[in-house]
Design a protein around this ligand. Structure first.
Ligand code: NCD
Ligand code: ZN
Length: 353
């Protein structure tokens, strides 16, 4: 028997669960199974589905699918489309935030003209933050929008040193901004992308070693670790036009525990980054005492090629050594994951908001 450590239920504020429309990649039932196996008891799902979650009708469709499938708690983002600013007040009450894509990624959801961006910033009533996919020049553009509008903004998957430096300065000047980084940007670089081919392609892409070290050096300015779990099938990744995105729910906690083991961050800091700060930013319920994750922080193991709960069925970290492993997960008093086995039926957890 290894040693055991108790953490609060983890929160992943950035996952793609592909419902409605692309359930061959993932659905609420398979995605929340992967979440529990990874130690996450709450996930926030992105709106770049098919159709995208840009109207009250599609949001309601997604909420019903989540209610039927969820094995852990799920919140759902509303998406900013080319002409749905007038619908934002109706979307706000039942979503965890507004997602605006300023830069190219998987799916057509994108805002790339200033009048539309301004319309969304003016129309969003909260209480959830505006979450943005902003890279390079889009980062100062959004910081300008924050200064001009007073809206609270959460930056998704920040990947470059210079971007995080800019956000750090904005925080020091008191702007209401938060940010997340993803494990793949903390543990992989462009060199891994060359080795992994399509399996190492995502948006933002893997960056330089200096960018990766920058994220670690400036980690005290980071609010959340978010996986950007973006499942695509092996067939899709092997095709002539592979979609960007990698799964991450089942590897994030072991990777971060490995970093704790190596002395790169403390366990209390890991808990802030993977649970408590996210609850604060998104107004989620406080951690409950009957919801927790037991980990063996000393377990040494190797990420496998197969056997994952995500429908994607692969990991960019396969073959890598990890130190630290999820032993069990308790959700509101129920043992939902125990010794590698899932014990939670679809539809047994909650849709938030
Ligand atoms: C995401 C996806 O597949 O939906 N892909 C990705 O590379 N990150 C989209 C996104 O998060 O931008
Ligand atoms: Zn994403």
């Amino acid at each position: 028997m290894g040693s055991s450590l108790r953490l609060p239920g983890l929160v992943d504020v950035h996952v793609h669960l592909r419902e409605p429309g692309q359930t061959h990649k993932e659905d609420f039932a398979s995605g929340t199974a992967a979440a529990l196996a990874g130690g996450f008891t709450t996930v926030l799902a992105m709106p770049n589905t098919q159709p995208p979650i840009t109207t009250p009708r599609v949001l309601e469709l997604a909420r019903q699918a989540a209610q039927a499938g969820a094995r852990c708690d799920v919140g759902i983002f509303a998406g900013a489309g080319p002409d749905n600013a007038s619908l934002l007040p109706a979307l706000a009450a039942h979503s965890c935030g507004l997602k605006i894509y300023l830069d190219a990624t998987f799916g057509p959801l994108r805002v790339n003209d200033l009048p539309t961006l301004v319309a969304h910033f003016n129309a969003w009533p909260g209480p959830g933050p505006i979450a943005v996919h902003a890279e390079e020049n889009s980062v100062p553009l959004v910081l300008g929008m924050v200064a001009a509008s007073g809206q609270r903004v959460h930056f998704c998957h920040i990947s470059r040193r210079v971007e995080l430096e800019l956000i750090a300065r904005a925080k020091e000047r008191g702007l209401p901004v938060t940010c997340e980084v993803s494990p793949h940007h903390l543990f992989l670089t462009g060199e891994d992308a060359a080795r992994l081919g399509a399996y190492g392609q995502m948006r933002p892409p893997l960056q330089t070693g200096d960018d990766r070290e920058g994220l670690w050096e400036l980690l005290h300015y980071v609010d959340c670790i978010a996986t950007d779990h973006a499942p695509h099938t092996r067939e899709e990744k092997a095709s002539g036009s592979p979609p960007p995105g990698v799964p991450g729910l089942e590897t994030a906690l072991p990777l971060m525990l490995t970093a704790v083991h190596a002395g790169r961050l403390t366990l209390p800091r890991l808990i802030e980054l993977m649970s408590s700060t996210a609850r604060h930013i998104f107004g989620l319920p406080a951690a409950e005492s009957d919801t927790f994750v037991e980990v063996d922080p000393d377990a040494a193991w190797r990420f496998p090629e197969r056997g994952w709960y995500t429908r994607a069925g692969w990991s960019p970290f396969a073959g890598r050594e990890a130190r630290g492993r999820v032993v069990s997960v308790r959700l509101r008093g129920r043992d939902v994951f125990l010794d590698g086995k899932l014990n939670a039926e679809p539809g047994t957890s909650r849709v938030l908001f």
